[in-house]
Design a binder for this molecule. Structure first.
Ligand SMILES: CC[C@H](O)CC(=O)C(=O)O
Ligand SMILES: [Mn+2]
Length: 339
């Protein structure tokens, strides 16, 4: 397959929704989107952190209905396209249609790396609506390369126009990213993408490894505003790519300015690698489980790392957030017996 130009998707308004406990306001979404559009960003993803329909007690209630946020983002875009994320089982067809009606041009249909079969209807529905439909294989560190290839091929067969290797736990090492992207590139006729989390401080390095192997759909989050330690820091990646002679047509100075002046003030605390986010990458746990685990640890008087290590051993997958409290309660019981 001939290599397409690299397209960047900015995810701070979707993956970053986890970091702000889904409390984005319309004004914040408008300000960030306007500045990203002005800088020339290709795609801007806007949804609840867990995708369309994620605003629930299980995943965290949004302050503002995501459809209002999507509508506001579309209204601010002159060139950038608004994307949405949908996890089948959380988001519905009707929410997908609504997002499309409001002007979303692309949907990433996300499944666990062994469950691509649940994406068939949503991918084909999106294509029928005339949207770009891409597959997003989450927790890609947790399955062997041939399994990932098999699942990506399923998504391709449903009509996906690209499939992402999604390092949800920020647990992949650069050579593991290379082998996954290379295998997908060698087996698919569609584009391959990469989505990183920075829990082991490898997001930029892993993204470069993915690009080196031919990934052309690349995710970033301004100021790392994403779950856990965040995603590949977009403005840093753009500077590095520029130094490597890769021009993607996005204005670096404008990105630096919006990172400092518009996104920075939205971040509660600091987006750095602390023991909690490091434990996510080390244990191989879904990045969006961090805040839930920290809350459970506070409630049961535990160290969040113990909860995360246990969740890693159990190989929990997205959607099993309710397990966090169960694990915490069980650990607290054991602790009491020991005392
Ligand atoms: C819970 C959905 C998740 O945040 C999607 C994603 O960005 C990932 O798996 O990394
Ligand atoms: Mn993510």
């Amino acid at each position: 397959m001939t290599k397409k130009p690299i397209q960047i998707t900015e995810v701070c308004l979707r993956d970053g929704s986890h970091t702000v406990a889904h409390q984005f306001t319309v004004e914040q979404v408008r300000n960030v989107t306007r500045a990203l559009d002005d800088a020339g960003m290709h795609y801007i993803e806007v949804s609840h952190g867990d995708g369309l329909g994620g605003s629930t007690v299980q995943y965290g209630k949004s302050l503002v209905n995501e459809m209002e946020l999507i509508e506001a983002a579309v209204d601010e875009c002159t060139n950038s396209k608004v994307a949405v994320l949908l996890i089948p089982g959380i988001g519905t067809m009707s929410e997908l249609k609504q997002a499309h009606k409001l002007g979303a041009k692309l949907v990433r249909v996300a499944t666990h790396s062994t469950e691509a079969d649940v994406s068939a209807q949503h991918i084909s529905q999106a294509r029928e609506l005339g949207m770009e439909a891409l597959g997003f294989l989450m927790m890609a560190h947790s399955v062997p390369v041939d399994k990932l290839v098999e699942q990506a091929k399923l998504m391709e067969s449903y009509g996906a126009q690209a499939v992402y290797v999604t390092d949800s736990a920020g647990a992949l090492l650069p050579h593991q990213v290379s082998e996954r992207i290379k295998a997908l590139r060698g087996s698919l006729d569609i584009e391959v993408g990469f989505h990183a989390h920075n829990n082991l401080s490898l997001a930029v390095a892993n993204t470069l490894a993915a690009i080196e192997e031919g990934a052309t759909r690349i995710d970033g989050a301004v100021r790392c505003l994403g779950a856990g330690a965040g995603n590949t820091q977009t403005e840093v990646l753009l500077a590095v790519m520029d130094r490597m002679g890769m021009d993607v047509g996005i204005d670096l100075y404008k990105m630096m300015d919006l990172a400092e002046d518009i996104v920075g003030p939205l971040i509660p605390g600091t987006q750095e690698i602390k023991k909690g986010s490091l434990a996510l990458g080390y244990a191989g746990v879904y990045s969006s489980f961090l805040l839930h685990s920290e809350r459970a640890a506070a409630r049961f008087g535990l160290d969040p790392r113990d909860i995360l290590m246990e969740l890693g051993k159990m190989k929990v997958v997205g959607g099993q957030e309710d397990m966090i409290l169960d694990v915490a309660a069980e650990l607290a019981k054991k602790e009491k017996v020991r005392v």
